[in-house]
Ligand binder design. Sequence first.
Ligand SMILES: NC(=O)c1ccc[n+]([C@@H]2O[C@H](COP(=O)([O-])OP(=O)(O)OC[C@H]3O[C@@H](n4cnc5c(N)ncnc54)[C@H](O)[C@@H]3O)[C@@H](O)[C@H]2O)c1
Length: 257
Amino acid sequence: MANVRLKGKAAVITGAATGIGRASALRFGREGAQLVLADIQNAEGEAVVQAIAQAGGTACFVRADVGRRADSERMIDVCVERYGRLDILFCNAGITLPKLLPHSVDDEINRVLDVNVKGPLYAARRAIPIMLGQAEGGVILFTASKTGLVAQTDSPVYCASKGAVVLLAKALALDYAARGIRVNALCPGIIDTPMLRRFADAMPDPAAAWAQYAAAQPLGRLGTPEECAAAALWLVSPEASFVTGVALPVDGGFTAM
Ligand SMILES: NC(=O)c1ccc[n+]([C@@H]2O[C@H](COP(=O)([O-])OP(=O)(O)OC[C@H]3O[C@@H](n4cnc5c(N)ncnc54)[C@H](O)[C@@H]3O)[C@@H](O)[C@H]2O)c1
């Protein structure tokens, strides 16, 4: 294995079956991390495990609905049981709710907040005492969004959930800065993943919506899951050892406007 920036590190990645989580799992695996991949899509998650194994890496899949506290805690426990430690927690799973607020019913609002906010919160709560007990501490990374930094139309609950994750990262970063745990947020812009494809397909003219997404970026194109994975890798690696409490846009310049 040529690149081993995460050699000896045990990591949990949520939402690892597709999109940004999948690309991050493949990248972290190539960098030598021992991985627990958590998701609700079993077949896709197992396929990522196989791909990592074929490339010489180490990973297992845990079915976990991060909207359920017990599942979020269990995936952390599996990492410790299997690898003896937890160095990296990457809470990446997320869902959207492209609806105006008066059209959003309680169950939809609760589900977005459960998956996007309470999931990371419960996982971090389980992870922090474990990391504090390790001489090397640990690193926590949350996938927020550019919509956690600037608002977008038609998705108020999603925006609120991602804004909460940005401040959760900053608050935890301050609480544990002196105790060996770094906490950051990754803020993707418009990234070509299954989530975005579903979002575009729900529009009256999906092809026009897709073209508009690319045109809206200063860089003139969509981002890729691999570009997000590269930023995530840097944030969780020792190369970012002086970086904590950051909400890093990976957005083709979108939030510079
Ligand atoms: N794609 C974008 O343009 C974009 C932009 C900004 C932020 N994000 C964020 O990036 C993250 C990853 O999104 P993506 O674009 O890769 O989407 P995606 O839909 O391709 O991947 C999300 C993954 O999370 C999993 N997941 C969903 N609900 C889950 C749950 N309750 N428990 C466990 N796993 C669950 C899905 O099965 C899927 O594998 C999300 O938090 C999303 O909000 C995406």
